[in-house]
Design a protein around this ligand. Sequence first.
Ligand code: FAD
Length: 418
Amino acid sequence: MGKAALAIVGIVLPVLLAYSAAGHLPGTTFPVIALGATAFSLMALNLLVATRAPGVDRMFGGLDQVYFAHKWFGILALACAFLHQQIKISTDGKEVQQALSAAAVEVAEIAFPVLLVLVLISFFKRLPKVPFEIPYQIWRWSHRLLGVVFAALAFHQFFVKAPFDNNALLATHLNVMAVIGLASYGWTIGGPLLRRRKYTVTAVTKHAAATIVDLEPVGKGIDVRPGGFAFVSFGAKGLGEPHPFTVSEVRPNGGIQFSIRGLGDFTKRVRDGLLPGDVARVEGGYGRFDYRAGGPRQVWVAAGIGITPFLSFADSLPATGAPEICLVYCVRTEAEGVGLDRLRRAAERTSSFTFKLHVSEADGRFDAARLVALVPFDITGAALWFCGPAPLRVALAKGLKGLGKSPRSMHFERFEFR
Ligand SMILES: Cc1cc2nc3c(=O)[nH]c(=O)nc-3n(C[C@H](O)[C@H](O)[C@H](O)COP(=O)(O)OP(=O)(O)OC[C@H]3O[C@@H](n4cnc5c(N)ncnc54)[C@H](O)[C@@H]3O)c2cc1C
């Protein structure tokens, strides 16, 4: 629904309005106007979806899906902007010379190469065949600057002398898009500061596979469901940048827990530098990974730190009336299992919940056949909820299909936005 709405307002509408405003004009005028209007509309809508507004999140079925669509609509906007810039508009020699219009053209000529570089930085996580990953901070700043480029393009669209009437619906559409894009950008920059809530770190537990951080709110906490995630930063040195983590526990008193795997600078600093009593800032909750939408029979598959949403799911299961669920948790060694006691307690408390641990060092490589063997009911009638590495998810889906055991539906959470 979100992707369709974006395609209609960002592509179909500007093309139709461009046709109504410039379809009768000769030569390349209509395609150039349509490409420019589409590029500008898609950029504005991409800024809107990047605000993490709750309604947007719902329309796309989760924030990770929002970012996925955002990425590909961004690439499409760049392609349209490129063609808009390359194809010359037919003027029949009657080119209008006007200082402001000339300035608007110049602004676009400067903004376009900047746009190109920023979108390429945003698109490539890794350069092909080069063992170097573009640091997240550079990616983040490249994204922030895209808003400035959009402001320059808004100036361009407003002041450039277009070969159609200023009262045309297209002009109104583009002005609305400019307002939406600029307001969204302002909200993206300033919104998190207003939305974030203050917490105190009450415990930092160094588990073999994760650092488990418990937080209590100072005043009103965030509203987050089991399986949801939030952006967290800490007052401690070097931990001021917000990073996304799934809540591994949501307590009735508003307390929350994150289980953080040491992967890079930030997550390793959390392990080494965070102390009870430190201040935390949390913004959320986000995400639509919620087993309650998943039907009466469910298979939950977690690998490694992908256990975090299932820990908070398992805690929230009622003693009776829960769906029939089998959680299969894949770890390399038993010591790497996070929250095993909690999962075992949940299985004792809720009779319809079973928990199976797959230890690959002892049990061998985890695959679709092993999953089918571990689950005590037929997977074909069940919903599969997955959190773990994408290659495992793809291999399981393929393997289950090969065995004629494809689940009724598959739900997964990406631990990655770009
Ligand atoms: C929705 C979601 C839920 C997540 N839940 C968990 C969880 O419960 N437990 C857990 O251990 N990890 C979780 N992650 C992953 C976690 O956010 C990253 O491992 C962490 O941000 C890496 O930061 P770093 O500086 O230590 O590592 P780096 O080596 O700098 O980054 C590793 C990768 O993490 C991503 N990343 C880095 N910084 C950020 C940032 N500020 N915001 C967004 N992504 C970033 C980038 O894709 C980068 O390539 C989740 C990620 C997402 C998107």
